[in-house]
Design a binder for this molecule. Structure first.
Ligand code: PLP
Length: 382
């Protein structure tokens, strides 16, 4: 089996599962309990927070555990709206965000907020000058993803940060769900970024884990209010086994990051260079500069994306249409529509997404299967 759908989710790493299991069985107290059984769990949770903070060179108090990417994105967007609505109701985001950002902004729109969705160029990238032009006295938040989940475009996070230095009251949020372990920390944690969202299941940690980086001094209203856990910012009994396991997963990601980025880029190039030679193939992701190493989106004009996915599946190779979230609902691919990719190509688009367990041999195997399938598709197309 070749699993090329790592942007949808990843397999929990055995060491990470081991940690989860050990903590669940041995240190299962409630971290908020006053007794020593609770204190042990508290200490472990804080140790995990410290480890994560150290790996990203931030303060432990700036790491707030959540259940994943959707919660993190919703929290920063709605938490900013709740905390700052008296100062303004204008939010700037992009037309290529994941639904976890797009839909909360739509909900706020229904409540009377004004949302600017920035356009993108043909590589799916915003122009920082458009951010500057969109800023108004009532702007409270700018939310921009680091890496697009459908085609892998890296957004100009630092350049936008430079612009926002002149507007210190505006919250700056980065959806970094697809950026972890891809050599992009200097961008995600650049000095003007206030909030960054992460999701554990994208990097071999269990489902239902994640965290938000919240820069000291920045205020968000809690989305989940209750017993006051996570310094009142995110209530609910802490997921100690999940959070400790996630810290271990991050440690593994960081230990292997340089080699993984190199290998994923090499795999991507090998596939890109092979399939881009075919007449009906449209490459939608860029090959290297400005694109993440792990995502490759392409279309075979005249063949529906679903057909391509299932044809590969029959050969035991797992890829996806452009986003796992939209693929089952058959919704239009948001990013490709924003890039003005014609419909007949957008509906033929598929995504390969790599992880640190993929190999160059798998790329060769993919290319071989591609040749066979393309020969069959050609008969339908021509
Ligand atoms: C860019 C981006 N943001 C947010 C999410 C949502 O994350 P989660 O599945 O952890 O809710 C995803 C998931 O694919 C994503 O790719």
């Amino acid at each position: 089996m070749i699993y090329f759908d790592n942007s949808a989710t990843t397999k929990v790493a055995p060491e990470v599962l081991q940690t989860y299991d050990t903590v669940s069985q041995k240190i299962w107290g409630n971290p908020s309990s006053l007794h020593s059984w609770g204190e042990n769990a508290w200490n472990l949770l804080e140790q995990a927070r410290q480890q994560i903070a150290d790996l990203f060179h931030v303060k432990p108090s700036e790491i707030i555990f959540t259940s994943g990417g959707s919660e993190g994105d919703n929290w920063v967007i709605k938490g900013t709206a709740m905390a700052k609505h008296r100062f303004g109701k204008h939010i700037i985001t992009t037309s290529v965000e994941h639904a976890a950002v797009r839909n909360p902004t739509q909900q706020l729109k229904d409540l009377g907020f004004d949302i600017t969705y920035l356009p993108v160029d043909k590589e799916g990238r915003i122009n920082p000058a458009d951010v500057k032009a969109a800023i108004r006295p009532d702007t409270i938040l700018v939310s921009i993803m680091a890496v697009n989940n459908e085609i892998g475009t890296i957004q100009p996070i630092k350049e936008v940060g430079e612009i926002l230095k002149d507007y210190p009251n505006i919250h700056y949020h980065v959806d970094a769900v697809q950026a972890i372990g891809k050599g992009l920390d200097d961008l995600v944690f650049s000095d003007r970024v206030d909030f960054a969202t992460f999701s554990g299941h994208k990097f071999h940690a269990p489902r239902g884990t994640g965290f938000v980086f919240v820069r000291s001094g920045r205020k968000l209203a809690p989305l989940v209010a209750g017993g006051g856990q996570e310094r009142t910012l995110r209530s609910g009994t802490e997921n100690t086994p999940g959070d400790v396991a996630m810290a271990r997963a991050i440690r593994l990601v960081k230990e292997n990051e340089a080699a993984a980025v190199k290998r994923e880029q090499a795999i991507k190039e090998r596939i890109y260079d092979h399939i881009s030679k075919f007449d009906h193939v449209h490459m939608i992701s860029g090959r290297d500069k400005g694109f993440a190493p792990h995502i490759l989106c392409f279309a075979i004009e005249g063949v529906r994306g679903e057909t391509i996915v299932h044809a590969f599946e029959d050969q035991n190779i797992f890829i996806s249409t452009t986003s796992a979230c939209s693929s089952k609902k058959h919704s239009e691919a948001g990013t490709l529509a924003a890039m003005k990719v014609p419909d007949n190509i957008a509906t033929s688009a598929v995504r390969i997404s790599l992880g640190d367990q993929n190999t160059l041999e798998e790329a060769d195997q993919f290319n071989k299967v591609f040749d066979q399938l393309y020969a069959g598709f050609k008969k339908i197309i021509e």
